[in-house]
Design a protein around this ligand. Structure first.
Ligand code: FE
Length: 161
């Protein structure tokens, strides 16, 4: 299911404008950068979490309590990842969503670190580590995408890009 962003073939991703409207599936090249390039582009926290599989401390991120309508894009490449309509208060201290805005835009990997089997979630276009998905979320999906704020960039509804 996961596709390595180092493979250079185009990906079919669903593109959204900043009003959260789908512009439909488009064929786009993966975003591939060296570690040096990512370090230069991202903040230290964005790099540590997004490129080194880190985790921000609970209740410290910018978006854990955000309820504003809008779209959450990838901090690495701008791909639309989650809509505010799918956000819910999980009580965990991390932004939580019951679904991605488009299943095409995220990918998952098995993560067996720390002796626990979890499902890691990342941006399908650039590989930015987002968080994990758990099967204990609310309706309608029953899934809980537990996501680091620092891996996201929030675009409030109506903002012009
Ligand atoms: Fe990305």
């Amino acid at each position: 299911m996961s596709q390595s962003p180092t493979a250079n073939q185009p990906l079919t991703l669903v593109v959204y404008d900043d009003n959260g409207q789908s512009l439909g599936p488009q064929s786009l090249p993966p975003v591939v950068k060296s570690e040096t390039e990512w370090r230069a582009e991202l903040t230290a926290d964005e790099f540590r979490v997004g490129r080194q599989h880190g985790t921000e401390r609970a209740f410290t991120g910018a978006y854990h309590a955000t309820k504003t309508p809008g779209l959450y894009r990838c901090a690495g490449c701008g791909t639309a990842l989650f809509a505010a309509q799918a956000k819910f208060d999980s009580g965990t201290g991390w932004p939580s969503f019951f679904a991605p805005v488009a299943k095409e835009n995220v990918a998952t990997d098995r993560d067996d670190r720390f002796g626990v089997s979890r499902t890691e979630v990342h941006c399908r276009r650039c590989g930015n580590h987002l968080g994990h998905v758990f099967p204990d979320g609310p309706p309608p999906t029953g899934e809980r995408y537990c996501i680091n704020s620092v891996s996201l960039r929030f675009v409030p509804l109506g903002a012009k890009s």
